[in-house]
Write a protein that binds this ligand. Structure first.
Ligand SMILES: [Cu+2]
Length: 114
């Protein structure tokens, strides 16, 4: 992280009493999400990166989230990525529709921002 970003985070924390939004990365590798479960806070962004040698996709179980779901999963080709910012707290399960049968599933646990 750049020094200016860290400084901005510190100032933001003291001025507003809340943490600077963070970005988390989840790899798609060996037909698995790595790590399969992560814990974040509201306002944080998660980026899924396809490090595999085959196309994957991602779909949330929760259709109310407004993101990609079973009907319209987001296709992530090799080397491509997909980002989503979580605005509400909750537990959001997701999966790769292509490899759901192979247990390619994951979960994002979102806690209320501090
Ligand atoms: Cu897949």
């Amino acid at each position: 992280m750049k020094k200016t970003v860290i400084l901005a985070a510190i100032i933001s924390f003291f001025l507003y009493g809340e943490a600077f939004p963070e970005e988390f990365k989840i790899g798609m590798e060996g037909w698995e999400f790595r790590p399969p479960t992560i814990k974040i806070h509201t306002g944080d962004t998660v980026t899924w990166i396809n490090d595999d040698d085959t196309t994957h996709n991602m779909a949330f179980d929760d259709t109310a989230l407004g993101g990609p779901t079973k009907e319209d999963p987001y296709k992530i080709k090799v080397g491509r990525e997909f980002s989503w910012t979580f605005k509400e707290a909750g537990e959001f399960s997701y999966y790769c529709k292509l490899h759901h049968d192979q247990d390619m599933v994951g979960k994002v646990i979102v806690e209320e921002g501090k």
